[in-house]
Structure formats: C-alpha cells, structure tokens
Design a protein around this ligand. Structure first.
Ligand code: 6PG
Length: 473
C-alpha cells in the first residue's frame, strides 16, 4: 500500500503548477489542492501518467500525504496564507510541516511561526525565485524555519532547485522569518539591478543608438563581467519586434513601472535599521515617479532642461556606461549585504552571506557571474565590513570610478535622470571621504538644540557645547 504523497501543494496558479511539475519530474509523488476544484481537475487531466493526486477537499488532501506531512502553500501573500493555515490546523498532527512558498513579508512569517510552533506544527517560510520558468526548471529556494525541517525538506528542495557547478541553489537560510527576509533582500537587489540597466539604456538611447544597436551592446556585456540573467533578458527584450506593427516592443510599452511591494519592504526595513541602501531606494522611487505619468507629462511642458541628447563617441560611451553599471551594481550589493548583516546580528540569524550569494548564482532573477566573487570575498574575510573594501571589488571600483563620474556628469549635463547611478556614486564618494560636512551639521544641531558635539582634538565620547550667538529675526 502506498504511504501517501511525498508532498502536497495548495494553490494551482502558474507558480504552483510549475512547481508541482518540477517536483513530480524529480521522482516525487505530489498531491494537489486548489480552492476551485475545476482547476485541480483540469491540471491533473492535462498531465496524465504523472504521480499527481488531485483533491477536492482539504481533509482528503491532508490524508493523502506521507508523514510527517509536507504541505506547500502557493497562494497570494497576505490574508490568503492565513486563511489556508487556519483551515489546515485542525487537520494536521505534531511535526507536520507547512511551507509558505510565496513572497510573504518576513514579519508575517515570524508571526505564523509563533502561531504554529505551540501547536506542535513546523512552519517554513521559503523564498522561491525564478518566475514561472524557474519554478518549472529549477528555482533558487531560500527556506527559513526550524532547523529540524531542513533534513526533511532537503531531498525535495535540492532535487528541484537550480544547480550551478553541481551545487543546488538552496540552503537552510536561518530560523523563523530568515528565508523570506533574504528573499525580500533578493528582490530589493533585483529592483536595483533592473533600474541600473534601465538607466544604462536611457543613456545609450540618448546617444542615438536604436534598439538593435542596444541589444547588441547588452549581448556583448552578457559575455563579460556583467553576465547575468537580467542583462541577458534585456538584450532579448530590446531585440523583440511587435508582431502587429513591426516596431520594437519596448518602444510601444508605456513607461509606467509596476511593483508588488517587496522593494518598499526592503526600504522600510533599511530605514528602521539605519542602513543605507541608496541604490535600492533610488530604484523603488524611480518606479514610483514613473507611475506618475500624467504629472510628468505636465511637468515636461513646464519645467526646462537641456535636450536629452548625448553628442559623444558611442564606443567610448558604451565602455563608460559598462563601468558605471558594474560599479553601481557593486555598491547596490554591498548595501544589500550590509542590511542582511545588520539584521542577522540583530535577530541572531547567523546568516552566511557568502553561501547566500552562492545560491543566488542560479535559478533566481538576480543570477549573475559576479556572485562568485561575492562568495569568495565573504569566505576570504568573514569579518569584511563592506563588500566594496574586498580586494577584488576595490580594484574594480578604482578602475571604473572615473568612467562612472563621466557617465553621471554627462547625464546631469543633458538632463537625463540617472537616480540609481548617481545615488550609488554618491555612496561611493561618501564612504571614501574621510572628513564629511557633518561637522557643520553637528554645529547646527548644537546651535538650535544644544545637542552637543565631539571634537577632533579631544577623545571620542567627550561632549561639548558652544554658546552660540543669539539670533535676532
Ligand atoms: C523572483 C521575483 C518575483 C517577482 C517579484 C517582483 O524572484 O522570482 O522577484 O518574486 O517578480 O514579485 O515583482 P514586482 O516587480 O512586481 O515587485
């Protein structure tokens, strides 16, 4: 007699369906449940001969699973996850494992963990990255939750995850909400990468390059240091023609960016923890401003600026933009890592940043060649304060910084917005400035609020106040 399915999956939207097919293709039996039974029946009928058990009712679904039961929820993040959990609780037994594979906010995952643990159930918040194709062929998976769940989940997770150099792109990230937290940071970094690429595109376009020229540039970049999934799809997107009009598709797409919220969550978390993630912030804000199209159209007619054109040698510009993009990307990852390190210390998650960079090399949206370098840097110096100071990255930044400045200066001169390039450069320059202008800021604080200041000619920790002159309005 069969002992039951190896795992059950709830929620047969596209990601759920693809994950089921991936899991089944690796030799596991999967039970499936969807709120609308017709979807379950259609899905199972469309895949005859596979080890799938379609269930119409949750009690049957739960009863169909081998113990400890492993139930993966793939429904919309938020209230729907809680609703499914509520229904499952009375049906489950001690040690069963509920896995939430959606883009849940990590604090929701912590709340669910605290809710389920006293009931004897185990909860795994697992970030899953890679979109539909990744879910089917091999995503990067970032599971958190109790360490005891890893041994149970490892065979399935490792079988379905993407692989790079033979290594599966999955690891136990840490307790509680750590998995979903790291997925959130992944998404914040994804926002940064995407915005930086868009700024590169806007500069090449301003130099008169057409979409085919630009597709060739991105294709060429994808052969080198910038090799990444996002550069690769950018080349393909630029080359794509609209079937109806024959025009480049990108030229026909309205310039209003959407966002589901993970970038904003990252922003909020950084603000709460006083960590600078200016590249990601710029990327999120660029999306927000892009969405205010009507106001931008109005402003474009009323506020003046130079013509957004770059009269420069194209080959030189391409080389400069390459360096600016690479350097800005390094800053963005340095900031993302800084935030993860800060939270890891605060929450005692013991995040292994080098290994996290390593599982991001495959399956996920930010997969890229240079992640190897981050892993190497973290392993070479586990106490490394800022990624930018690792010898390899120092050398890339020192080599590219002049071109980066030229790119930002040319963009500013031509009135072309490059918020993420310039925020990254400002971070770089702030970090390497030994004496910032904050001395004056401290004087201002002491002037109006007697907040006191430290002096450069006295030991740190001694606080001084000046009797500033009275201001007569
Ligand atoms: C991934 C993606 C995926 C999704 C995000 C981004 O890692 O597979 O990040 O999770 O595309 O939700 O969506 P928005 O751009 O709409 O925020």
């Amino acid at each position: 007699m069969s002992q039951g399915s190896d795992i059950g999956l709830i929620g047969l939207a596209v990601m759920g369906q693809n994950l089921v097919l991936n899991i089944e293709s690796r030799g596991f039996a999967v039970s499936v449940y969807n709120r609308t039974s017709a979807t379950t029946d259609e899905f199972v009928a469309r895949h005859p001969g596979k080890r799938l058990t379609g269930c119409h009712a949750l009690p049957d679904f739960v009863a169909s699973l081998a113990r400890p039961r492993k139930l993966m929820i793939m429904v919309k993040a938020g209230a729907a996850v809680d609703a499914v959990i509520e229904q499952l609780i009375p049906l489950l037994e001690a040690d069963d494992i509920i896995i939430d594979g959606g883009n849940s906010l990590y604090t929701d995952t912590e709340r669910r963990d605290a809710w389920l643990t006293p009931l004897g159930l185990r909860f795994v918040g697992a970030g899953v990255s890679g979109g539909e194709e990744g879910a089917r062929k091999g995503p990067a998976i970032m599971p958190g939750g109790p360490a005891s769940t890893w041994g149970v989940m490892q065979p399935i997770f490792e079988a379905i995850a993407a692989r790079v150099d033979g290594q599966p792109c999955v690891m136990h990230i840490g307790p509680g909400g750590a998995g979903h937290y790291v997925k959130m940071i992944h998404n914040g970094i994804e926002y940064g990468d995407m915005q930086l690429i868009c700024e590169a595109y806007s500069l090449l376009q301003a130099a008169g390059m057409d979409t085919d020229d630009m597709a060739a540039v991105f294709e060429q970049w994808n052969e080198g240091e910038l090799q990444s999934y996002l550069i690769q799809i950018t080349a393909k997107a630029l080359a794509q023609r609209d079937a109806e009009t024959g025009q480049p598709v990108v030229d026909l797409i309205l310039d209003k960016a959407g966002q589901k919220g993970t970038g904003q969550w990252t922003q909020l978390n950084a603000a709460e923890n006083a960590v600078v993630i200016s590249t990601i912030n710029a990327a999120v804000e660029a999306r927000v401003l892009s969405s205010q199209k009507a106001q931008r159209v109005l402003a474009s007619r009323q506020l003046q600026g130079p013509p957004a054109r770059l009269a420069v040698d194209r080959a030189t510009l391409v080389a400069q933009v390459h360096d600016a993009l690479y350097a800005s990307k390094i800053v963005s990852y340095a900031q993302g890592l800084d935030l993860m390190r800060t939270m890891s210390d605060k929450k005692q998650w013991a995040l292994d940043l080098g290994s996290i960079a390593s599982i991001w090399r495959g399956g996920c949206i930010i997969r890229a060649r240079f992640l190897n370098r981050i892993t190497e840097a973290c392993q070479a110096d586990p106490t490394l304060g800022n990624l930018m100071l690792a010898p390899f990255f120092q050398q890339v930044l020192n080599r590219g910084q002049m071109a980066w400045r030229q790119v930002v200066a040319q963009a500013v001169g031509a009135g072309i917005p490059v918020p993420a390039f310039s925020a990254s450069l400002a971070y770089y320059d702030s970090l390497r400035t030994e004496r910032l202008s904050a001395n004056l800021l401290q004087a201002q604080r002491d002037f109006f609020g007697a907040h006191t200041y430290e002096r450069i000619d006295r030991p740190a920790g001694q606080w001084f106040h000046t009797d500033w002159p009275e201001v007569i309005d």
